[in-house]
Design a protein around this ligand. Structure first.
Ligand code: ADP
Length: 555
């Protein structure tokens, strides 16, 4: 700014200087010309007086050194010239000053002298004898006048440049000071010069527009965050360079980050996962897709889609969906199918083996009855297994035919004990039921299953002459069913896993005694079907205690 002002001032000053110089030179030139003619006129008059008195001889002796004197006859012949030989000079009748003097008595002219090649001023005067007396002098050319002024003009130019520099400093300071003081947040509140007022008004209007747009953007952003923060899925919005523009609450939880995204950090600094990084590179190249992200032991399906504007990729949207349960369920289903196939195959193989022995007549007649008995036992196992599988799948699918009604648990426990009395009697096990009357809303068939499986296991896995107790306890808001035995108990490392399908602590004992490996899984799912839980803890001094907690409403 200062430089521009300096150059402008210099240009104007030098232009003025140039114009001024031209005018001065012109004035000096015209004044010098005027003075020259004046001198010639008075010189010519003096010479004319002398000539009249003394004749041509006067001219020769009185000729001034810096003037040329020429005496011309009325026919133009040069009679005398103090600088040149008159014989060599041409006829001067045609010279304008001479012609004018012949006609009017006096004449003046200026021109470049053909004789001397310089600018000459001429004044001619008609003498009394008819001859013409011409006086001439050299005059400076305009250039010579100007050249004489050059040193002065240079001096003035240097002075002007210095003055321009000072003026530029002063003017720019004066112009810029109010601009430097300008408060962009409140342009109209700043005291400046009037010429800035339109600019300030524009600034203020623009400021208002920007503030309104900013407020609207913030409101939209808050709205967006409010909506996306309610999502269970993680949502990440990326810019064109992969920088994080938005991260909802679920995405923060999944990536375990509280990163500040105000500076739009790269995604890799938040989620250090190279597979995800590769997928992000692809989506930013315009190719949508999906990948899997593992974080804190959970599996997330990541769906990546590019965002486009006019065909150009402007960023990407990432959706993180928790698929842990789904994957686990798939895994459980696969394991369950493999286990079921295995469990079915064992009895079927022995049934088909025994049947083949009988059919081919390989079996001795006295063994046939025994083989048939084994076929019958294996078939019963198969039936029990299939029934347990059906029960489990009904629970898994929340079979709508499982209606909930008021169930009196103490009465139910007594019925179960009654149906297990023969099995208990066989092992001389004391099967006791105690507790208090307690009714809940539940599915009677499932509650029976729960009690039956727990009590049957207690009898099955306890040594003969043990004691098995079923207790019904009322609790605020629910009921507790406790099935306790004084058998060998379940070692701590198995306690969590016995509720898994087909998990057995002692495989051979379980199979021998007709266990399907699904009893406790049915208990767990049955409790869950009622909104309850099942826990296993060691009994004192020994044995197992299964505690089923059921809410009153049985939801
Ligand atoms: P199973 O049909 O084999 O009994 P369950 O799911 O009912 O299958 O039980 C799983 C395993 O838990 C059993 O195989 C057994 O080893 C163990 N178990 C269950 N109840 C008891 C108990 N009262 N005492 C000792 N072990 C038990």
């Amino acid at each position: 700014m200062r430089k521009r002002i300096f150059y402008s001032i210099c240009a104007v000053a030098l232009a003025c200087l140039l114009l001024f110089s031209v005018c001065v030179v012109a004035l000096v030139y015209s004044s010098a010309t005027r003075d020259g003619f004046e001198n010639l006129r008075s010189g010519a008059a003096t010479l004319a007086t002398g000539y009249q008195a003394q004749g041509q001889a006067f001219l020769q002796q009185a000729a001034p050194a810096n003037n040329r004197i020429t005496l011309i006859a009325p026919d133009g012949t040069v009679l005398y010239d103090n600088r040149e030989n008159p014989a060599t000079l041409e006829n001067h009748a045609g010279r304008p000053e001479v012609a004018a003097a012949m006609q009017t008595g006096a004449g003046s002219a200026q021109r470049m002298s053909g004789t001397f090649g310089e600018r000459q001023l001429y004044h001619a005067l008609r003498l009394a004898d008819g001859n013409i007396l011409r006086l001439a002098m050299e005059a400076d050319s305009v250039l010579a006048q100007a050249l004489r002024l050059v040193p002065w003009l240079l001096l003035i130019a240097v002075g002007l440049v210095a003055a321009a520099s000072l003026a530029a400093r002063w003017i720019s300071g004066k112009l810029l000071r109010p601009l430097a003081r300008l408060d962009l947040d409140d342009p109209l509140g700043t005291q400046t010069y009037d010429e800035l007022a339109p600019l300030l008004r524009k600034l203020a209007a623009q400021q208002q527009r920007i503030a309104a747009q900013l407020a609207e953007m913030q409101a939209r952003r808050q709205e967006f965050e409010l909506v996306t923060d309610c999502m269970d899925e993680g949502l990440i919005v990326l810019g064109a360079r992969g920088q994080v523009l938005s991260l909802n609450a679920s995405a923060r939880r999944i990536l375990n980050t509280d990163a500040d995204i105000a500076d739009a950090p790269p995604l890799l600094s938040i989620a250090r996962d190279l597979v995800l990084d590769e997928a992000v590179k692809q989506v930013l190249a315009g190719q949508g897709g999906h990948t899997v992200l593992e974080a804190a032991g959970r599996h997330y399906q990541v769906l990546l889609n590019p965002t486009r504007q006019g065909g150009t990729v402007t960023g990407a949207v990432l959706l993180l969906v928790d698929e842990t349960e789904k994957l686990q369920a798939e895994q459980h289903r696969r394991e369950f199918t493999a286990n079921v196939s295995h469990e079915l195959k064992t009895p079927l193989t022995s049934i088909s083996g025994y049947a083949e022995l009988i059919q081919t007549g390989t079996a001795k007649p006295e063994d046939v009855a025994g083989f048939a008995g084994r076929i019958q036992a294996e078939s019963s196992r198969l039936v029990a297994l299939v029934e347990d599988i059906i029960r489990l799948s009904r629970l898994d699918e929340k079979d709508p035919s499982l209606q909930k009604v008021q169930v009196e648990l103490l009465g139910l426990a007594e019925q179960v004990a009654e149906s297990l009395a023969p099995a208990a009697a066989q092992k001389e096990t004391a099967l006791l039921v105690n507790g208090e009357g307690c009714a809940i809303l539940g599915a009677p068939s499932i509650l029976t299953e729960i009690l039956y499986n727990l009590a049957e296991n207690a009898i099955r896995y306890s040594p003969p002459r043990s004691t098995v107790t079923i207790r019904v306890q009322r609790q605020p808001g629910g009921a507790r069913l406790v099935v306790e035995d004084d058998g060998p108990g379940i070692p701590p490392q198995h306690r969590q896993r016995v509720f898994e399908r087909f998990y057995r602590v002692d495989k051979s004992h379980s199979r021998q005694s007709g266990g399907t490996g699904l009893g406790l899984a049915i208990v767990k799912n049955g409790a869950r079907f009622h909104g309850g839980t099942v826990e296993l803890e060691p009994a004192r001094p020994r044995g197992s205690r299964f505690i089923v907690t059921l809410p009153l409403a049985g939801n």
